[in-house]
Structure formats: C-alpha cells, structure tokens
Design a protein around this ligand. Structure first.
Ligand code: BG6
Ligand code: MG
Length: 230
C-alpha cells in the first residue's frame, strides 16, 4: 500500500516568518512596564500560546498582580498587540524565513493541500503582508478555535475543513506547545528549532532552511511504514 501525505499544516509565527521575535519583544516591553523581567528562556513557554494565556503566564511571575481585573488584563493585552502591530507593519516578503517559499511551492506543485494553523488573531494580516495568502487552501487562526495549542484543535479544524484524515497530515511547528498539539492530533510533527524544546517532534530540523519537501515526505513515509502491518 502506498502511503503518501495529503496536507501540510503550517504554523505561522516562527515557521513562516520571524514574528515570534516580535511577539517576544512586545511582551518584554509590557512585562517590563509591570516590573516583571522576561528573558528568552521564559519566552519559550509563550511560543504558540494565545494572547490572553501568554499574559496570564507573565502575570503569574508576580503574585501581587494575580488580582488584576479582566478589564485591566484586556487593556494590557491590547497594549501588547499595539506594540506587536507597530513591529509587524514593517514586514513584507523579505521577511519570509529561508526555504519557506520553496517549500510552499513544492507542496503545491506536488498536489498536497496547504493550511495554516496559527494561534494568532493577526494571522490573516501577517500572511497578507508576506504575500503568501494565495498558497493556502485553508487558514485557521485564533478566532476559530476554543482551545489553543497544546490542544490539537487548531490542527484538527484545519484537517476537517480540508476533508483529510488526521494521520495523512503533517504539521510544522517551532514551539513545544505546537508540536504537542500536532502529536495529539495524530499527525506527523516536524519541529523547527532547538532539540531541548522540541524533542517530541517526529522529525526535527534546526532551521527553516533545512525544511526540504522531499525529505519531509520521506520521513513521514518511513514512520507510517513502521506502523503498517505487513
Ligand atoms: C502565536 C504565537 O502564533 O500567536 C504566540 O506563537 C502569540 O507568541 C499568539 O502570543 C497570539 O498572537 P496574537 O497575534 O493573537 O496576539
Ligand atoms: Mg510558532
């Protein structure tokens, strides 16, 4: 039996473009104003996590801030988004990470579906700024899911919309929460980044420049072949 994947579901921030850095810089500024220093190590926990959940993780660093009202939290989250949008409004196609457009092109040429699985409310805007929207058969952003990563919903919503069974999907992620979400969806997980965070990925590369369509499909096929009864 031939085993071939039918779709690739891409994370946005940190996979397609380096907006993960902008999210970090924006949160760092807000946290600093609250008197909470956050560094890159702490930021690993925020990757892939929705806006309000990220704020909660930051506020947990200072017990004195635990009593903030929902309205105050809303104001802070909005402030963070304003910071983020200021950074993001400068991006264009030159901010697509290395190898990504080649991967999308090969993905399309080979007839596999392409979806976005993002936790960001700004996903459509960012994809448009990069000039990549036309590649996507379906886009999942934060407005379409009730449970964010590491819950599998972001990825299962994308697969359901495409009408593709979960094990025939590949997900690509730069965050531990995202890899956990792909695995929980029973999809093949590709991690981009540090093994310290992404050791649960089925296939791990250090940088997007190493994401090669043929190699990803080959790794997928190898894993599925191991599962097939002979
Ligand atoms: C994810 C990022 O894609 O989107 C997180 O990895 C970010 O860092 C989350 O917090 C929510 O983004 P936004 O744009 O809705 O604030
Ligand atoms: Mg990401």
């Amino acid at each position: 039996m031939s085993i071939y994947p039918k779709a690739i579901i891409y994370d946005l921030d940190g996979v397609i473009t380096d907006t993960a850095e902008f999210h970090f810089l924006a949160w760092q500024k807000i946290a600093q104003q609250l008197g909470i220093p956050i560094d890159r190590e702490f930021n690993e926990q925020l990757k892939g996590i929705g806006r309000m959940d990220s704020l909660e993780l930051i506020l947990q660093q200072d017990p004195a801030l635990a009593q903030l009202s929902d309205q105050e939290k809303e104001i802070m989250a909005n402030r963070k988004n304003e910071q983020y949008l200021e950074l993001v409004e400068t991006i264009d196609s030159s901010n697509i990470l290395p190898g990504i457009e080649e991967l999308l092109a090969a993905n399309k040429e080979q007839g596999l579906k392409i979806a976005l699985g993002s936790a960001s409310k700004n996903a459509h805007y960012v994809l448009d700024r990069l000039g990549l929207t036309h590649y996507f058969d379906y886009i999942v952003d934060a407005s379409q899911v009730s449970k964010g990563k590491p819950d599998p919903e972001t990825f299962t919503v994308a697969a359901d919309a495409l009408g593709i069974e979960y094990p025939a999907c590949i997900g690509i992620e730069d965050s531990a929460a995202g890899v956990a979400a792909i695995n929980a969806a029973h999809m093949f997980s590709v991690g981009v980044g540090d093994a310290a965070q992404l050791s649960d990925a089925d296939y791990l590369v250090e940088a997007t420049s190493q994401l090669d369509f043929k190699e990803i499909v080959e790794r997928y096929r190898r894993k599925m072949a191991l599962k097939e009864p002979d």
